[in-house]
Design a protein around this ligand. Structure first.
Ligand code: ITT
Length: 200
């Protein structure tokens, strides 16, 4: 079976992508399947740059088409922070959430958005990038056990519950990742020949 590599070590992202790919005749591998893969320095200045760095590194190392997801949470009242530094905002997940809630303490504006940029790399080149977003607001306290990262404090527009309280299928219908992935798939379907027919 043909396979593609997603350039991530985040098992939650892999699960979400597997669910998004569904029953297509393609196997999804990740950097968790390549334990010797060298650490990638994410020194880009944007989601797009970091996604491109990761996709290219995986494509070159694994010698197959690869894609990467660089994502994060942008909070309006914090001028877009933590943004591309979402994974590095504090040492652990609970500490990141605690720091975010503290930073928003007393602020009326709790608007935020999750952003995801997917980069696709084939034959040692990034061929395109795709962005998805989901808008919402930051809850007063963490709620729910599902998802990962900032999900317990993110309430998507149109809902009263956090991403962590939603069933995974529901998050996967409206998330920044799902939206970026839908755009990427549309492109891939149009460009099958460019991708050597090995990519889906
Ligand atoms: P890789 O670089 O290996 O893919 P990572 O987790 O470090 O894994 P990023 O650099 O893209 O990935 O950082 C994304 C961070 O943004 C992630 O660790 C979460 O803190 C947050 N984030 C992104 N998408 C999220 C989601 O769907 N739900 C909750 N938090 C999310």
């Amino acid at each position: 079976m043909a396979y593609i590599v997603v350039a991530t070590k985040n098992a939650h992202k892999v699960d979400e992508f597997r669910a998004l790919i569904g029953d297509q005749n393609v196997e999804l591998k990740s950097l968790l399947d390549y334990p010797d893969f060298p650490e990638i320095e994410e020194d880009g200045k944007s989601f797009k740059e970091n996604a491109s760095i990761k996709a290219l590194a995986a494509c070159k190392y694994c010698d197959v088409p690869a894609f990467a997801d660089d994502s994060g949470l942008e909070v309006e009242a914090l001028d877009g922070a933590p943004g591309i530094y979402s994974a590095r905002y504090a040492p652990t997940g609970p500490e990141r959430i605690e720091k975010l809630l503290k930073a928003l303490d007393g602020k009326e504006n709790r608007r935020a958005r999750f952003v995801c940029v997917i980069a696709i790399a084939v034959n040692g080149e990034v061929i395109d990038t795709f962005e998805g977003e989901v808008k919402g607001r930051i809850a007063d306290a963490p709620r729910g056990e599902g998802g990962f990262g900032y999900d317990p404090v993110f309430i998507p527009d149109g809902y009263d519950c956090t991403f962590a309280e939603l069933p995974a299928e529901e998050k996967n219908k409206i998330s920044h990742r799902a939206r970026a992935f839908a755009k990427a798939m549309e492109f891939v379907e149009d460009q099958m020949s460019v991708l050597d027919n090995d990519f889906l």
